[in-house]
Design a protein around this ligand. Structure first.
Ligand code: FES
Length: 107
C-alpha cells in the first residue's frame, strides 16, 4: 500500500498536475488532497467545509479552491482577502519525507 502511494506521489511531484486525490490512491484510507502551489505541497482535508462533499472536482487556482457543489471559494493559505471561515487548514509537506503517510494511514 505505502509503496503504491509513494509511487503516485513521485509521479505527482514530477507532473504538471495541481492536485492529487490521496483518497483515490489509498483505497479510501487517506481522506486528504495534496495541492501543488508555488513549489510547495499543501495537505488539506478532502471534504468541503461547507457541506462535507468531496473537493476533488473543484477548481484549484493559485491558493484558491472553488467547490463545484455550491460554489464556495476557499483559500488554503491565510490571507487578508479571505474571511477566516473560508480558510481551509493546510499542512506543508516535505516531498523528501514520507513519514506523514504512515501517520495518515493510522488515523
Ligand atoms: S459542499 Fe462545497 S460549497 Fe457546498
Amino acid at each position: 500500500m505505502i509503496e503504491t502511494i509513494i509511487n503516485n506521489l513521485n509521479n505527482f511531484f514530477e507532473s504538471n498536475n495541481v492536485f492529487l486525490d490521496l483518497c483515490r490512491i489509498s483505497d479510501n484510507k487517506i481522506n486528504k488532497i495534496l495541492i501543488k502551489y508555488n513549489n510547495k505541497f499543501y495537505l488539506i482535508d478532502r471534504r468541503c467545509p461547507h457541506f462535507g462533499l468531496p473537493l476533488t472536482s473543484s477548481s484549484f487556482i493559485d491558493n484558491y479552491i472553488t467547490c463545484k457543489w455550491h460554489g464556495c471559494r476557499f483559500s488554503f493559505i491565510p490571507d487578508n482577502a479571505t474571511p477566516k471561515e473560508n480558510i481551509i487548514k493546510s499542512v506543508i509537506i516535505d516531498k523528501e519525507d514520507t513519514s506523514w503517510i504512515e501517520n495518515e494511514l493510522q488515523n
